[in-house]
Design a protein around this ligand. Structure first.
Ligand SMILES: O=C(CO)[C@H](O)[C@H](O)COP(=O)(O)O
Length: 225
């Protein structure tokens, strides 16, 4: 079993009958969704899933996990999602899979957030992983210029064919190759104030529990209630 599968299966243990569960996006969250699907089908687990991307929605539907839109629930009990980086003070970067907007909306509606990662995602400081910023297409060149002026080293995300990637909301992603983010809260506050920025991938003071996969086994870190 690989480390992503290990933490995905471990996190699914936190899901109980009657819960509304936020289902994250990415190659690690994939295994958690598979395990919840297995429990729904084999153990008659009764849950409602709230998905964070079209990809996860497709996976959950194929597994017959009952789903509701975030707009049709009053709250989410727990959201389980991956992360691109987690710093030593448990701040995170997400959005490598371009799902950061829905992921943040669901995370902010959740009583608890569990992040599942392999040990390579645990870092001292955020920023070696390029910080994704979701922007509307209109004015995105102006934002690229602004970010470049501020030495944030922006690159518009494209696929291997050079086509600009669009999110589930038809927005663009600008990745900021910062290297080391000294003051994540300041950067987050500045980014969200720029016209055209829809959301950024700094997930600050969000996570309740981090489940880290090591070759020796699973480490569970309780960060906040
Ligand atoms: O934020 C995300 C998607 O927008 C993912 O959770 C993050 O990119 C981690 O993905 P993976 O588990 O595939 O490494």
């Amino acid at each position: 079993m690989n480390l992503k599968q290990l933490v995905g299966i471990e996190a699914a243990k936190y899901v109980e009958d009657g819960m509304i569960v936020g289902l994250g996006t990415g190659s690690t969250a994939y295994y958690m969704v598979e395990e919840i699907g297995r429990r729904v089908n084999e153990e008659n687990l009764k849950v409602i899933g709230v998905t964070t991307s079209k990809a996860t929605e497709k996976q959950a539907l194929a597994l017959n996990i009952p789903l509701k839109s975030i707009d049709d629930v009053t709250h989410v009990d727990v959201t389980i999602d991956g992360a691109d980086e987690i710093s030593k003070d448990y701040q995170g970067i997400k959005g490598g899979g371009a799902a950061l907007l829905f992921e943040k909306i669901v995370a902010e509606s959740s009583k608890k957030n569990i992040w599942i990662v392999d040990e390579s995602k645990m870092v001292d400081y955020l920023g070696a992983f390029p910080l994704p910023v979701e922007v509307i297409p209109y004015g995105s060149t102006q934002l690229l210029n602004l970010f470049a002026e501020k030495n944030l080293h922006p690159i518009l995300r494209r696929d291997d064919n050079g086509t600009i990637i669009q999110t589930d909301s038809q927005n663009y992603i600008i990745d900021l190759h910062i290297g080391k983010i000294e003051h994540p809260h300041q950067l987050a506050d500045w980014l969200i104030k720029q016209a055209g920025v829809v959301e950024h991938g700094l997930f600050l003071d969000t996570v309740s529990t981090v489940i880290v996969g090591h070759p020796e086994g699973v480490e569970t870190i309780q960060v906040r209630d």
